[in-house]
Design a protein around this ligand. Structure first.
Ligand code: C2O
Ligand code: CU
Length: 466
């Protein structure tokens, strides 16, 4: 980690995108609106590390890391014009949002790349599900996301739970040199064949943070988004008792996280209710201890001297309305086994790795250059599906399916307690999980590891729904 100086900053600083028109809304908000926005992807400078150190040359949406938050209401239609001011092609993928296939931002599959130096593309889709999502490029993802192209997409419920503040912490991970420059070794063999590009600098909303200020008595909805290339977080909110209310955007039975740790693999989101139940004036560390012997303090929860009067801390837990997802019919589901292989100490140590293809799905490796490979499976539109996901490697893989949300029904053969809906499931080494969903969104959809150097080294495949 870069040295942390005493550095006073709250975790504010998440800009909201200028939504330059909103039409057709009714006062009650019940009717859907058309919301238009414009995003520019291009080079920028960002102060990731404390003042006194240099700023960093990054790639960013609208010149900021994270890019502007798109905050909408469930049922809104979003129309975004994306301009590419980068010197290479890009796309935007709306991670976790159930968009029509043509809006999914997968280059060569759903659209041509948005051309370098001035290309543009118009995305338009409806936000059917409330929750915490994000957007990022899907071309050369390791380098593009890893240089800072990512931002939150928040869809508010028709009746949001009562909280005193609704806050996003977008977690980033960077590999910086001593001048705070990004180390340009994206996709190197060492990272790609092991646990991916784990950096040396963790940021919350685009900066190393010393503290997050709160007031005793308040209830915060804390939306955590892991935008790191490869780092997995396991957050211990010392002196606090956060309650998980949604995973990957979707409501889950409110519960205390397992082992008291909030675990997020790359691309995953967790919505917490964080009650500020400690005393005014105090300070409590949030520690990330996912990697043994490499634990560190993410930031401190720092209490103001004044208590918030009539804050929501300690009030009953709200119940979020379910999103309109179709429940799979397990008795009639079509079953498929999908195996993830490769990597160091994996089985694929021969020719494949020589070509840089370290990882496989069902024995096949898909090159990053062209996503346009034949689907490994074709699913009948409307059919209930169970995938048995088998991690045949020594490494963690957060497996993401596009265009759909699935229930995790078993892990290691045992039924899961919450049957949570996810779009990205973290598979520990040698682990397996069964996921179930209705193949209700036609098109060719990516299934891939969200460790971006694993994805870039072949751990992706296409699933066709037709
Ligand atoms: Cu967040 Cu296929 O990506
Ligand atoms: Cu992986």
């Amino acid at each position: 980690m870069l040295t942390r100086r005493r550095f006073l900053a709250g975790v504010a600083g998440l800009a909201t995108v200028p939504l330059f028109s909103a039409r057709g809304g009714s006062a009650s908000g019940a009717q859907s609106r058309l919301v238009e926005a414009r995003l520019v992807a291009g080079p920028a400078r960002a102060q990731l590390v404390p003042a006194g150190y240099p700023s960093t040359q990054v790639w960013a949406y609208d010149g900021q890391v994270p890019g502007p938050t798109l905050r909408l209401r469930q049922g809104d239609r979003l129309r975004v014009e994306v301009h590419n001011a980068l010197a290479e092609g890009t796309t935007v993928h709306w991670h976790g949002v159930r968009v029509p296939n043509a809006m999914d931002g997968v280059p060569h599959v759903t659209q041509p790349p948005i051309a370098a130096n001035g290309g543009r593309f118009l995305y338009e889709f409806e936000l059917r599900d409330a929750g915490t999502y994000w957007y990022h490029p899907h071309l050369g993802s390791s380098g593009q996301v890893g240089r800072g192209l990512y931002a939150p997409l928040i869809v508010e419920e028709h009746e949001p739970p009562a909280v005193d503040r609704d806050v996003v912490w977008m977690l980033g991970d960077w590999r910086l040199d001593r001048q705070a420059r990004i180390v340009e070794d994206f996709g190197n063999f060492m990272d790609a064949s092991h646990d991916g590009r784990i950096g040396n600098t963790v940021t919350v909303n685009g900066a190393i943070r010393e503290a997050f200020e709160l007031r005793a008595g308040e209830r915060i909805r804390l939306r955590l988004v892991n935008a790191a290339n490869a780092r997995i977080f396991s957050l211990d909110f010392r002196g606090h008792d956060p309650v998980v209310i949604a995973l990957d955007g979707h409501p889950v039975e409110p519960h205390r996280p397992d082992g008291g740790r909030v675990v997020l693999g790359p691309a995953m989101r967790v919505d917490l209710l964080l009650d500020a139940a400690a005393e005014p004036g105090g300070s409590h560390a949030v520690v990330d201890d996912f990697y043994s012997r490499r634990s560190y303090r993410l930031l401190d929860l720092r209490y103001a001297r004044e208590r918030l009067r009539d804050g929501g801390a300690g009030s009953p837990l709200p119940k979020l309305a379910a999103n309109p997802l179709s429940d799979p019919d397990l008795a009639r589901a079509e079953r498929h086994r999908i195996e993830f292989g490769g990597g160091m100490m994996g089985s694929m140590m021969g020719m494949g790795m020589m070509r840089g293809m370290a990882w496989t799905i069902n024995g096949r490796s898909m090159p990053d250059s062209g996503h346009d490979h034949a689907p490994i499976l074709t699913l009948a539109h409307g059919r209930s599906i169970v995938f048995e996901l088998v991690n045949d490697t020594q490494w963690h893989h957060p497996i993401h399916l596009h265009g759909h949300v699935f229930r995790v029904i078993t892990r290691e053969g045992r039924p899961t307690r919450y049957r949570e809906w996810l779009d990205t499931v973290l598979l520990p080494p040698r682990a397996r999980a069964e996921i179930a969903f209705v193949a209700d969104n036609p098109g060719n959809w990516m299934l891939h590891c969200h460790v971006l150097d694993h994805q870039g080294a072949g751990m992706m495949a296409l699933i066709r729904v037709a």
